[in-house]
Design a protein around this ligand. Structure first.
Ligand code: HEC
Length: 119
């Protein structure tokens, strides 16, 4: 009679729940860090715009989920202070960016004005 033994298969099973937990934890930490850490103070206007705004307003300010901000858009006639306030506090479905310094907000406004002026 053949002996049926499953011990080998059992001992070779490599269930390591610890690894899964560590992977999930590092993923979570990464997501939280990406959401909350402000860009470096050295970031330029174009860098700030492409990192924070282009996903909604388009790489060329042509508009996507958010309205266009470039040449010929209504934003051309908006005062700088309105743009700064909109960025800091958000508007409608646009999130607030209240972790930016006033210098970073000025760089964003300058960048938008440069594009509007065709530079
Ligand atoms: C998640 C998408 C999203 C992101 C990211 C985003 N915006 Fe917006 N933005 C919008 C939407 C949507 C509106 C229109 C909101 C409304 O009027 O209800 C808007 C409106 C604006 C307005 C006002 C335009 C107008 O004609 O009144 C400005 C200025 C603006 N955004 C600049 C920025 C800047 C600068 C950034 C980056 C710091 C940025 N937005 C990031 C979605 C976004």
């Amino acid at each position: 009679m053949r002996r049926l033994s499953g011990w080998k298969a059992f001992s070779e099973r490599k269930a390591r729940p610890g690894r899964v937990r560590i992977a999930l934890l590092s993923l979570l930490v990464g997501v939280v860090a990406a959401c909350s850490s402000p860009p470096p103070e050295s970031a330029t206007g174009p860098e700030l715009y492409s990192e924070l705004c282009s996903s909604c307003h388009g790489a060329g300010l042509e508009g996507k989920a958010g309205p266009p901000l470039g040449v010929g858009s209504p934003s051309v006639t908006l005062p700088d202070s309105y743009i700064a306030t909109t960025v800091t506090h958000g508007i409608g479905t646009m999130p607030s960016f209240n972790n930016l310094s006033s210098d970073q907000i000025n760089k964003l406004v300058d960048f938008i004005r440069d594009v509007q002026a065709g530079q």
